[in-house]
Design a protein around this ligand. Structure first.
Ligand SMILES: NC(=O)C1=CN([C@@H]2O[C@H](COP(=O)(O)OP(=O)(O)OC[C@H]3O[C@@H](n4cnc5c(N)ncnc54)[C@H](OP(=O)(O)O)[C@@H]3O)[C@@H](O)[C@H]2O)[C@@H](O)CC1
Ligand SMILES: Nc1ncnc2c1ncn2[C@@H]1O[C@H](COP(=O)(O)OP(=O)(O)O)[C@@H](O)[C@H]1O
Ligand SMILES: [K+]
Length: 489
């Protein structure tokens, strides 16, 4: 379920399938499947049924020709614009101006795109991106790297589709980095290829089925000690809000008791959430607490000492923000992190991940899956590489891409909320993998619900997330899947 395949894996399955079929079969199937989707989209369009089909020089263009033929057979008026290999400037290659299209079908380039798009193809993509009509991309929006979700080239362009029909198997690049903006709604069509021809996927979409069994209803016979203690370590001078956001998220997602352990002289209490308990981190007894280290922690000697203590202990641990930066700057702290045996989750954004790996953020973003896996393996921890299409990676190489969330989350403090939520689930006894997957999914889902209610994406604030996460979490518990063998109510 929700498997994602690399281009190399797709190519391998395609070769094995094609060897058993008459030539052209897969392309015909791809074209017909895409034409069905195209007709579905056109059907909802009030304007005259005029479709623009763009066909590139390779097999993606071959798919487009099949779509054009199918649509024409169905009575749709089709304008076909072909892009030859050599005659990039030919008269055939212009998109007629001033026309209203019910749909554009993008069959310029698929998984064979090998270099940045230039010349006539680039001009076509710019033209398509300026149109207001729906755009159906065949296999991959032209210009997008199906493995990484990057637009190919330093100053590259890629089609912004409203829909993408992708063949044989789903692809990670459609769901992370620039992928979500370019692919739109993704439809997977196996084009009749036996699933057995595909390898066991090591990358999946992060869906409730991946972690849903961890949700448990609360027993009546329980008390605050049952649901764990969370201690958020952070709050250097001027940054007192960051640990409060993490702590509020931990409390509203069910931790029994939540402390803010300030590295500096922190506030005495949070008037907005008086249940939180404030302590001086230097004298706080962390025994038995799940530690969330990093929000607004700074880089003082106290912060470094407290972080070292947290790394050496056997408390479940979430490392965020400044904690990650301090570790990145210290081989000693790195060794202590790698030596840990208790549950550990790291939640870097791309720049923090880059510091950990000693590379640039551009390198991290160029291959988010690989970067997250590398950090997970190096430190034997669960890694949450944040951003659109957050990647969650485990030390054994398993990786997932998260589909929830929206640009409303792109404001200061939302990462603190995520760290607090991860810590809360760990404190309630969840293993690191399940805690990270569920936290990332619910954090995004809460933001999506807030947007649906009109509270974003513009102006969504981190403070609004904890209550929305609480609603998502309680619904997930109520609707949790039952273990196999038990009746699903
Ligand atoms: N494999 C499958 O599973 C199935 C594949 N199917 C379909 O085939 C697609 C893959 O087809 P593909 O391998 O022919 O590659 P494709 O994406 O058409 O692009 C390569 C062409 O573009 C050219 N070209 C590249 N970059 C360029 C640039 N920047 N600017 C200009 N030109 C550039 C390149 O030229 P060359 O580099 O050789 O000079 C070559 O001509 C796949 O996505 C799916 O839609 C389905 O039919 C059924 C099953
Ligand atoms: N465009 C986006 N789409 C989806 N999620 C996003 C987007 N931008 C940011 N986020 C999420 O918001 C959070 C931001 O965290 P972070 O960068 O650490 O911010 P901060 O440190 O200010 O809290 C992460 O969970 C990230 O995945
Ligand atoms: K395409």
């Amino acid at each position: 379920m929700g498997a994602l395949y690399s281009v190399a894996e797709i190519r391998q399955a395609e070769r094995a399938a094609a060897a058993q079929l008459p030539p052209g079969t897969l392309m015909q199937r791809a074209g017909r499947a895409a034409a069905r989707i195209a007709l579905g989209i056109i059907g909802a369009e009030p304007v005259a049924h005029q479709a623009l089909v763009l066909a590139g020089p390779g097999n993606n263009g071959g798919d487009a020709l099949e779509v054009a033929a199918s649509l024409a057979q169905s009575g749709v008026g089709v304008t076909l614009v072909q892009l030859g290999r050599a005659d990039a400037a030919g008269a055939l290659n212009h998109i007629p101006a001033g026309r209203q299209w019910a749909l554009v079908v993008d069959g310029l380039f698929g998984i064979g795109l090998a270099r940045p798009v230039e010349g006539a193809a680039r001009a076509m993509i710019d033209t398509v991106n300026a149109l207001a009509c729906p755009v159906l991309a065949l296999d991959v929006p032209s210009g997008l790297d199906a493995d990484s979700g990057a637009v190919i080239g330093p100053d590259g362009v890629a089609v912004r589709a409203t829909h993408t029909i992708t063949f044989i198997g789903d692809k990670p690049g459609l769901h992370t980095l620039a992928g979500r903006d370019h692919a739109g709604h993704v439809i997977v069509d196996r084009i009749g290829i036996d699933e057995a021809l595909l390898p066991g996927a090591s990358v999946h979409m992060n869906e409730p089925a991946m972690f849903g069994l961890a949700f448990a209803p609360r027993l009546h016979d329980s008390h605050k000690g049952t649901f764990g203690d969370v201690a958020v370590v952070g709050g250097a001078h001027g940054m007192a809000g960051a640990p409060i956001l993490a702590a509020r998220a931990a409390l509203l997602s069910g931790a029994g008791r939540v402390f803010v352990a300030s590295v500096d002289h922190g506030p005495a209490f949070d008037s907005g959430q008086p249940e939180l308990m404030f302590r001086d981190a230097a004298s706080f007894n962390f025994a038995g607490s799940t530690i969330v280290a990093g929000p607004g922690m700074g880089d003082s000697a106290t912060a470094i000492r407290l972080l070292g203590k947290a790394l050496d202990g056997d408390n479940p641990l979430v490392l965020d923000a400044d904690a990650i930066n301090l570790i990145a700057a210290s081989p000693d702290l790195q060794a202590r992190l790698a030596a840990r045996t208790a549950h550990t989750i790291l939640t870097p954004h791309p720049l923090e991940a880059a510091r950990l790996l000693g590379v640039t953020a551009g390198v991290v973003q160029g291959d988010r899956l690989e970067a997250a896996r590398e950090i997970a393996a190096r430190f034997d921890a669960c890694v949450v590489l944040k951003g659109s299409g957050t990647v969650i990676a485990m030390a054994d190489g398993e990786a997932l891409i998260n589909p929830t969330g929206n640009p409303g989350l792109a404001s200061a403090g939302t990462g603190d909320v995520l760290a607090g939520l991860c810590g809360s689930l760990l404190a309630q006894g969840w293993p690191a993998r399940d805690a990270a997957l569920a936290a990332v999914w619910m954090h995004g889902e809460a933001a999506d619900r807030l947007v649906a209610e009109g509270c974003g994406p513009i102006g969504l604030t981190a403070s609004e997330l904890p209550a929305a996460i609480r609603r998502v979490l309680n619904r997930m518990v109520a609707e949790r899947p039952k273990p196999a063998g038990q009746p699903q109510s």
